[in-house]
Design a binder for this molecule. Sequence first.
Ligand SMILES: Cc1cc2nc3c(=O)[nH]c(=O)nc-3n(C[C@H](O)[C@H](O)[C@H](O)COP(=O)(O)OP(=O)(O)OC[C@H]3O[C@@H](n4cnc5c(N)ncnc54)[C@H](O)[C@@H]3O)c2cc1C
Length: 219
Amino acid sequence: MRDRDLPEPAPAPGLIPRPDFWPASDEIEDWRMGAALGRGASVLARHASVGEEAAQGRLGAFAAQKIADYAERRDFPAAGATSRLSEHLSWGEISPRSCWHAGLRAMEAGKAGAETFLKELVWREFAWHLLWHSSHIAERNWREGWDDFPWSTDGDSPEATAWKRGRTGIPFVDAAMREMYVTGTMHNRARMVAASWLTKNLMTHWRVGMDWFADHLTD
Ligand SMILES: Cc1cc2nc3c(=O)[nH]c(=O)nc-3n(C[C@H](O)[C@H](O)[C@H](O)COP(=O)(O)OP(=O)(O)OC[C@H]3O[C@@H](n4cnc5c(N)ncnc54)[C@H](O)[C@@H]3O)c2cc1C
């Protein structure tokens, strides 16, 4: 990426034409999801950030206030030192190009942590490229040598259940899981530790963790 120019984000379209015919659809009320959707909403709503404007706001605030110290502080979960842009990126509310150019401008302005932030965006691109070009990795081991590993695949085992409930007895792991239930996201370092505890200590298959994270993370 260093020796490549990444174009600026394309301008917003003047008009998005509506389809000639709307496809048949359901009424959302008919799904009777209201009660389930409402449960916990008041908890999550305090932390959720939704929409393009909110995404631009987060990026702007991060570039102005936090990016300079990002390299130093990003690995401390309690520091609140990261951008919290992942949910916006995941839902397409902001583009990686917008984030990239904000990071570049911060780097040019001499903000020390900006280069590390750019590197994290590259990690994101790398992960997406892997998934695109080797989509089997969402289901199978990258290295076949792991196929015979004696994982527990039981997501309802007492150990996996304790992990899911944030009751392993390991404070950092439990705090990480509870962070996810309250905020919808989990700090990167906490994700690494929680995932590592499930797979390496509890010897539970990574797919159990992947499915659980997919069900509970907003990003
Ligand atoms: C087990 C595990 C599960 C994860 N699951 C997800 C997921 O479901 N969705 C998701 O978006 N990220 C995931 N990540 C990556 C990373 O933890 C989050 O992107 C990051 O914590 C989001 O917080 P932030 O936006 O404040 O990140 P920042 O530190 O501000 O980073 C800026 C952006 O760079 C990208 N990024 C940062 N760290 C990574 C990384 N390690 N790998 C890939 N991209 C990264 C993200 O798009 C992030 O928004 C996972 C990491 C691990 C170890």
